[in-house]
Design a protein around this ligand. Structure first.
Ligand code: PLP
Length: 458
């Protein structure tokens, strides 16, 4: 079969049979790029064209592509033991991984519940919180407080605690028992100082807990950095202060580190090392296996487990939540190998070394172009945001905003860089192995792309 016929078939099959995430079902004519090959930070399409993978897959391919050691480990485990039932047995890589994760998380977060991805990690965290309060006879504590612009996944429960309003326009979620706090983005603070903005947001959390009643609030769920919401970095001190409020009212803190764990900010986990607080539960996925195979985890503090033990009245307190593939041995082997490589190659040190350069190139780009309203980032996470006219009605604004994201996306892609457009923003989180030369390559392309877009907008 010659390659052009093959290409047509694949596009055709893709359109007819493959419903992608966030795809418009009314349009059966999408034009997804066929990715054929990969190496390091690069992807190659069916014509052999090379692209820098700006989003690092979907914030996940932290170690880059073509890691033979991970492939071999997966193959080895697949031959040895491709599956075990976690209901009544265990396996070496899964137990070893749980122990390893416990050693990497902050202090007493030592109990690992394995899931299949980030969404199921968040789903399981919320279910665990409900279970916990039921076990300790605080059965009314059920409400989850979440935030506008937060993204926690695509199962019904994880989507329901996500706060991206535009994602809920034609897809239902649960409202009952979930309360949202307003956007924490410091760009919205107006004339007040960042500290005042921070205090307002912290006060909003406290007031919301008091309004609902502390005896009814179970948990606060927050990404340290709101990634899919547009790499929103909460004001300085926000994490620690919100954590203190949670402690004050016996509200559990779920830190969603699906994006920020495994090196994205230069640390295994960012809650304690970057933001100086220790949550009750951490969720992670993505970088855990560097995207080579699906896996997530929800990691629980000893104090919660000990409280459950204290309150056990000799009847079974089953955490009746679980997945056929919890602790899957192949995924566990891939995760162990990922962590081993990160240690061996000192990836965390590399990210910390290279971050200032990455962020300085990002900032310069933001300063150079009028069509960019903000260029923000932290670690190896970045976002370029285009101007959005607040005077337009929502529908018109959405249309124009989408155009902006799409224009940047197309202009960058033409030049060999993939970015992830999110309405009027484009975000990037390249593989953590990116070098200084490759950062230059990436930002030179972005510079050219934004320049073209700016000219076309005039
Ligand atoms: C912070 C955060 N939590 C949860 C999820 C859901 O993870 P998954 O897509 O693996 O289900 C994502 C996905 O992007 C995320 O960014």
């Amino acid at each position: 079969m010659n390659s052009s016929i093959n290409k047509n078939f694949i596009k055709d099959y893709d359109n007819q049979y493959f419903l992608h995430p966030w795809e418009d079902c009314s349009n059966n004519n999408s034009d997804y790029k066929i990715i054929k090959n990969s190496n390091g930070i690069y992807l190659f399409d069916e014509s052999g064209k090379k692209y820098i993978d700006g989003p690092g897959g979907m914030w996940c391919v932290n170690l880059g592509y073509g890691r033979k050691e991970i492939a071999q480990e997966i193959a080895k485990q697949c031959e040895k033991l491709p599956y075990f039932s976690p209901w009544f047995s265990t396996a070496e890589p899964s137990a070893l991984l749980a122990k390893k994760l416990a050693s990497l998380t902050p202090k007493d977060l030592n109990t690992v519940f394995f899931t299949t991805c980030g969404s199921t990690a968040l789903d399981s965290a919320v279910r665990f919180v409900h279970y916990y309060f039921n076990c300790i006879n605080k059965n009314d504590k059920k409400t989850i407080i979440a935030r506008e612009k937060g993204y926690h996944g695509s199962t019904l429960l994880s989507a329901s605690i996500s706060g991206k309003e535009r994602d809920k326009r034609v897809l239902d979620t649960i409202d009952n028992g979930i309360k949202f706090l307003s956007n924490v983005n410091p760009n919205l603070k107006g004339d007040i100082t960042e500290e005042e903005w921070c205090n307002q947001k912290v006060a909003e959390l406290e007031n919301t807990i008091l309004e609902i009643g502390p005896d009814k609030v179970a948990a606060f769920v927050a990404e340290p950095i709101l990634a899919s919401g547009g790499v929103i970095i909460p004001p300085k001190g926000y994490h620690k202060k919100t954590h203190n409020i949670c402690k004050k009212y016996d509200v559990l803190y779920i830190s969603d580190e699906v994006v920020t764990a495994f090196g994205r900010l230069g640390h295994w986990f960012s809650s304690e090392d970057v933001f100086d607080f220790i949550p009750d539960i951490i969720t992670c996925a993505k970088g855990l296996t560097s995207g080579y195979i699906p896996m997530g985890a929800m990691i629980i503090s000893d104090s919660l487990i000990n409280n459950i033990k204290k309150n056990s009245n000799n009847y079974d307190l089953l955490f009746s939540n679980g997945f056929t593939y919890s602790g899957h041995p192949i995924a566990s082997a891939a995760a162990l190998k990922t962590i081993e490589i990160m240690e061996k190659e000192k990836i965390l040190d590399h990210v910390r070394d290279i971050t200032p350069y990455f962020q300085s190139r990002l900032k310069k780009l933001g300063e150079k172009y009028e069509c960019i309203s903000d260029a923000r980032g932290i670690g190896l996470l970045g976002c370029l945001e285009g101007y959005s006219n607040p005077l337009l009605d929502d529908k018109k604004r959405l249309e124009i905003d989408h155009q902006f994201g799409t224009m940047i996306d197309k202009a960058a892609e033409k030049r060999g860089l993939l970015v992830r457009p999110i309405i009027n923003m484009c975000v990037f989180s390249p593989p953590l192995i990116i070098t200084k030369t490759e950062i230059d390559l990436m930002f030179n392309i972005l510079d050219d792309a934004v320049s073209e877009v700016e000219k076309n907008l005039k």
